[in-house]
Ligand binder design. Structure first.
Ligand code: PEP
Ligand code: MG
Length: 657
């Protein structure tokens, strides 16, 4: 067995035979003499690709269908086909070379223009060239996967992931990729584990080789041992039993979805609701989705969720989410450019069409509406006016509608900083940590080469989250997380401790996050039963200092246990609990008490006072003495301590049993 360190795009466990998709469209230049038959070969390849795409479209969900539509449109693009035919005719080259060269040139030219609409076209060109080349070189049928496999490719594209028949796909592996890419999100939504950062040819991964993916450990195993497979079987079973992790109900575990089909996955995965319905996939066709089309999709999701809450996010096109039908001018920095709500506030008709569809779908269940990329209170005021116009229109037209709760995504530092003001304007917050991290750390979330700078556990982002939760609760509204951090093992207990009300993750992560939340709840309960049941009193009269502010890292860092400091009013030190003295420091500045509850309680008087060699401390108890809470156990001379330029802060350290 060989182990390869990878990066995790979507969670889960799997093993199976590798199915390597060769999407490298490098082809050999071949001269042809029979031009007519080469043109016929091209035509029949186009016909075959057309029928493959149309077949895939019949089985596709809404978002995949619109992706496939764009591919079909490209297949018949006039200038693309004209150039391919010209090359065959005039340069007498083989069809696959003409396709590959034309595709490469067209895609590169479009990419250079840095325009969202044309960028999207370039992805279509790459996709369709690849398909045509596979046809012309007899490689297209390989894409049909009829036995349980882990699909490996140099690069996975959203097109490939959404069009491929996933019945037998247990996992995805790629060389190129990023954690927050839409491929990672799509894989998560489909409940399929995904690892990236694997050098397939370098590691010798070929079709048929048995491999295993453990996304928890971000490891790929080539020819895994039986022990690894057993471990994966057990992990997969354990992570898919929601009952095991029955939580106390304080935090809701919801799903992030992008289509009706994913809503069904969410229900199967035991989601409490939909915390984020990404609606951009509706905008992937050549024309804008109509109100009726949107209404049908929203209603279908709401119906699929059988009464559970569905939070519909208004469209978030722009930056990395390019749309062929939302045409944007070239932008120097698209992630900082026209995106999401900025487009909606300029294109009222586009926005109102979506708002009307959501208002109408809200009659069918518990719908909430959420606005992305908010940066100011003024934006929200403007949104409310447009929402009101939409409501008035529906009322005038005598259409059925219901006005949903409204929330904003906190995904820009400015929204986090204004969260106290925004909180009084909305019914809830949802923190989008993918963008919040991108904008706070100034790291492009899509740039593979910056992956190491994209610190998902950033201290700065955690500070902002804490502040947002505090402000939300102070205003009496609830707050959730719908970015990838909500499913992060390290973050979940911390977010719960901060008081987060909802975690929304891809359906594949639901049971895992539920288990993490249950674990965190269990340790909370243990804490209450241990230290919580025993009330440790202050050992002196004075002013309390929080653990993190104690000016000695040995205490503030928590190395010795939970700490509290007191700047004393006088020199009396009392027993903070009932128990037995088990230690008196030689230099008299510290006393250890084993409490009747079994907690180890240390009273440490002053900082660096060991240097006084016992001067200034009068200990009134001996080792093995029994003490009761409030008993005077020491008198210290504050003047002696202060004369030595030392702090007389009294620190209580509790090490729980
Ligand atoms: C986010 O930014 O965290 C988020 C959930 O939105 P998206 O990933 O769709 O930008
Ligand atoms: Mg976002």
């Amino acid at each position: 067995m060989k182990s390869v360190k990878a990066k995790t795009g979507s969670y889960g466990y799997a093993y199976g035979r590798a199915y390597v998709i060769d999407n490298d469209i490098n082809v050999t230049k071949r001269s042809v003499t029979d031009i007519a038959s080469e043109l016929n070969r091209l035509d029949s390849a186009i016909k075959n690709v057309d029928s493959i795409l149309k077949k895939a479209r019949n089985n596709a969900d809404d978002k995949a269908a619109s992706v496939i539509d764009a591919q079909i449109a490209m297949l018949y693009d006039k200038s693309f086909l004209e150039e391919i035919r010209r090359m065959i005719n005039e340069e007498a080259v083989c069809g696959e070379y003409a396709v590959s060269e034309t595709g490469r040139t067209f895609a590169a030219n479009f990419e250079k223009l840095d325009n969202a609409y044309l960028n999207a076209r370039s992805a279509d060109i790459r996709g369709i060239s690849e398909r045509l080349c596979r046809q012309l070189t007899g490689r297209d049928e390989e894409i049909i996967i009829d036995s349980p496999s882990i699909v490996c490719a140099y690069e996975l594209t959203p097109e490939l992931v959404s069009t491929i028949d996933k019945t037998n796909i247990k996992g995805f592996v790629s060389q190129k990729g990023t954690k927050t890419s839409h491929v990672s999100i799509l894989c998560g939504n489909y409940g399929i584990p995904y690892l990236f950062g694997v050098d397939l040819s370098g590691e010798g991964i070929k079709s048929g080789v048995e491999i295993a993916v453990d996304t928890e450990a971000s490891m790929l195993y080539i020819e895994p041992t039986d022990a690894i497979k057993k471990q994966i079987d057990e992990s997969a079973i354990q992570k898919s039993v929601p009952e095991e992790a029955d939580f106390d109900g304080r935090v809701k575990i919801c799903a992030n979805i992008g289509s009706v089909r994913e809503a069904e996955y969410a229900v199967e995965a035991g989601a409490d609701g939909i915390g984020l319905f990404r609606t951009e996939f509706l905008y992937m066709g050549e024309t804008l989705p109509t109100e009726e089309e949107q209404f049908e999709v929203y209603r279908a999701v709401v119906t699929a969720m059988e009464g559970r809450t569905v939070i519909i996010r208004t469209m978030d096109i722009g930056a990395d989410k390019k749309s062929p039908c939302v045409k944007l001018l070239p932008q120097e920095n698209p992630a900082l450019g026209k995106r999401a709500i900025r487009i909606c506030l300029e294109e009222h008709d586009l926005f109102k069409t979506q708002l009307r569809a959501i208002l109408r779908a809200a009659c069918y269940g518990d719908v909430k509406i959420m606005y992305p990329m908010i940066t100011s209170v003024a934006e929200l005021e403007r949104i409310k006016e447009i929402l009101q116009e939409s409501i008035d229109e529906l009322a005038t037209e005598d259409m059925s509608y219901s006005v949903p709760d409204q929330g904003v995504m906190i995904e820009t530092p400015s929204a986090a900083l204004l969260s106290d003001r925004l909180a009084s304007e909305v019914d809830f917050f949802s923190i989008g940590t993918n963008d919040l991290t991108q904008y706070t750390l100034a790291v492009d979330r899509m740039a593979e080469e910056l992956d190491d700078y994209f610190d998902v556990h950033s201290e700065a982002v955690m500070c902002l989250i804490k502040m947002v939760i505090k402000n939300a609760h102070a205003a009496g509204i609830w707050v959730g997380i719908c970015g990838e951090l909500g499913g992060d093992e390290w973050a979940v207990p911390r977010l719960l401790e901060m008081g987060i009300d909802e975690l929304s993750v891809s359906p594949s992560k639901i049971s895992r996050v539920r288990a993490l939340a249950a674990e965190a709840a269990k340790s909370d309960t243990q804490e209450e039963a241990g230290l919580g049941a025993e009330i440790i009193c202050a050992p002196a009269d004075g002013r309390v200092i929080g653990m993190s502010e104690i000016p000695d890292p040995a205490f503030s860092g928590g190395m010795l246990g939970k700490c509290m400091g007191i700047i004393p009013d006088n020199g009396n030190v009392y027993a903070p609990c009932d128990g037995e003295v088990y230690m008196i420091a030689e230099t008299k500045h510290a006393i250890g008490i084993m409490s009747d509850y079994g907690n180890d309680v240390l009273i440490h008087v002053g900082i660096d006072t060991v240097s006084l060699g016992g001067k200034g401390f009068d200990v009134l108890v001996s080792e093995k003495d029994r003490v009761t809470k409030g008993m005077l156990i020491m008198k210290m001379d504050r003047d002696v301590i202060r004369a030595a330029n030392l702090s007389d802060m009294i620190i209580t350290v509790v090490k729980e049993k």
